[in-house]
Design a protein around this ligand. Structure first.
Ligand code: UD1
Length: 337
């Protein structure tokens, strides 16, 4: 298939581009590089032996997007492009609503004009909000608790309405849990700008000497060791989940929702121990106050993706930490090394 990948230079996007190429697909990447760089495209090409076509295009620029669609005959689109920092979205909601919603509307309008109606959307488990018990099941009512999450939820609603109104659309909404790790080659990985918000990138920067110690947000939760439980998923497993979903939306019409997670929770302390083993060194940390908005436990019911797509995670927490560490050690300053 000829596949357009929006946000294809980012962390999950770049791994998915590689998996798509390995599965024989022909990939075109668009990205505005606001949170990434073109170096990831070069590294993907080095790994796959095929350079994906790349366009520096912002989805809010309708004319530039139209040019991309006019120049190629796509079979499907995988849509990652979007802003994703929760705290920033609370401070600057308008920026998030404008960028994520307008960008998506422009994309699906361009798809409609050009008769491309197979779409895989990068949603998030954050849409489940605070009111649902674990494990999260796709049929639960959703309700995110911050502007970033609400953009994901609203895009899900828009796409559900579209799929309901026009039977030609084939749409997969993929709700990711906590993606970590890197390609085992150590050539592509997560390259957060500034201070990492997420746990594993922060630990990795402590291990490589860029930060002094990790703050563990809360040690008094009602969990086995007092720290929060999350469903960590290796980014390569996640990328493979996109390829599986793409194959599915190539055929039946409709709208599909799948959790992409392992179905298991790991605590913050378990992640620290696993990373210490991978890096062969202690990770200094201090248990501090809870972070507002954090839930004690958060993991997927991962049975639907297995039943419908034949997809399940294959990699352990130790593999996630080993691969994340290899990437960080080999690229202490990310792609800017
Ligand atoms: C966060 C976002 C979520 C988003 C996801 C994307 C919040 C509240 N949630 O999920 O909306 O979809 O990232 O990857 O921001 N932790 C520490 N110290 C740190 C960083 C994290 O102890 O420096 C803990 C957290 O309290 C949490 C766990 O590590 O228990 C995982 O945190 P994180 O990686 O930020 O992911 P989520 O909070 O699950």
């Amino acid at each position: 298939m000829k596949v357009l990948v929006t946000g294809g230079t980012g962390y999950i996007g770049s791994h998915t581009v590689l998996s798509l190429q390995e599965a024989g697909h022909d990939v075109v990447v668009i990205d505005n590089l606001v949170n990434s760089g073109e170096e990831s495209v070069r590294r993907v090409a080095e790994l796959s032996g095929r350079t994906p076509e790349f366009h520096n295009v912002d989805l809010v620029d309708e004319a530039a997007l139209e040019d991309v669609f006019a120049a190629a005959d796509f079979d499907a689109v995988i849509h990652f492009a979007g802003l994703k920092a929760v705290a920033e979205s609370v401070r600057e909601p308008l920026k998030y609503y404008y960028n994520n919603l307008v960008g998506t509307l422009n994309l699906i309008r361009a798809m409609d004009r050009h008769d491309v109606r197979s779409l895989v959307f990068s949603s998030s488990a954050t849409v489940y909000g605070e009111h649902n018990p674990v494990p999260y099941v796709e049929k639960m009512e959703i309700g995110a608790n911050n502007p970033y999450g609400r953009t994901k939820e609203q895009i899900e609603d828009i796409l559900s309405d579209l799929g309901g109104a026009d039977q030609r659309w084939r749409i997969a909404l993929l709700r990711y849990f906590n993606p970590v790790g890197a390609h085992p080659s150590g050539r592509i990985g997560e390259d957060p700008q500034g201070i990492p918000n997420n746990l594993v990138p922060f630990i990795a920067q402590v291990a490589v000497g860029r930060r002094e110690k990790l703050m563990v947000f809360g040690g008094d939760y009602n969990t086995p060791d007092g720290t929060c439980l999350r469903d960590y998923i290796h980014v390569v497993d996640l990328a493979e989940g996109h390829v599986a979903a793409l194959n599915h939306v190539a055929e039946p019409a409709g709208i599909f929702r799948w959790n992409l997670g392992s179905g298991q929770g790991s605590s913050v302390l378990e992640v620290i121990r696993s990373f210490e083993k991978a890096a062969g060194q202690p990770i200094p940390y201090e248990v501090t106050a809870r972070r507002p908005g954090d839930l004690p436990a958060f993991w997927a019911d991962a049975t639907s993706a297995l039943a419908d797509l034949g997809w399940a995670t294959t990699k352990t927490l130790d593999q996630m930490c080993e691969d994340h560490w290899r990437w960080q050690k080999n690229n202490p300053n990310g792609y800017g090394t």
